[in-house]
Design a protein around this ligand. Structure first.
Ligand code: ZN
Length: 157
């Protein structure tokens, strides 16, 4: 069992938003094409799952850290999340500029979940992104300039 799944599952889960096989086919073609465009935009993402936990989508990578993550209940919801996350965190990327203005506006207002592990921490000395290896980042040595950096705990909102 997976604790995250209870969030995305439940009685409201019901039937997917796709009604017919042709719709599913069309969506998967779009998914492939869009993922390719994200790849060509040099944006790093991670999509993975452990069955029954939902699908984990993350924006970022192991080296530079992650910016946001989400568990979605179906593959069909991977791309919409990725598009909004990219519009929010990489608004100047080639990919984000091709997105619908309405989507970009929605992304700017959306609340994104920060990663539980591997969050991106920016070195104040050189500005390089670093991945946190711990659940809570207290301090790190910048992988770029080698400076030790102490991380202030985030303010409670
Ligand atoms: Zn640095």
């Amino acid at each position: 069992m997976c604790s995250q799944f209870s969030v995305v599952s439940g009685p409201a889960r019901g039937r997917g938003r796709w009604e017919s096989a042709s719709d599913v086919l069309e969506s998967s073609v779009d998914l492939a094409a869009e993922l390719q465009r994200i790849y060509e935009s040099e944006i790093n993402v991670r999509i993975g799952w452990f069955w029954d936990c939902g699908i984990e989508v993350r924006l970022g990578d192991d080296i530079n850290g992650f910016l946001a993550e989400e568990f979605v209940p179906s593959i069909g919801e991977v791309l919409p999340w990725l598009q909004e996350a990219i519009a929010r965190f990489y608004p100047d990327s080639t990919y984000a500029k091709t997105l619908d203005p309405e989507l970009r506006e929605r992304a700017a207002r959306r609340l994104f979940t920060p990663p539980r592990t591997g969050a991106m921490a920016i070195c104040p000395h050189c500005g390089a992104p670093n991945a946190s290896m711990m659940d809570e980042l207290i301090a790190f040595v910048c992988r770029h300039c080698g400076a030790p950096v102490e991380v202030k705990p985030p303010k409670v909102q």
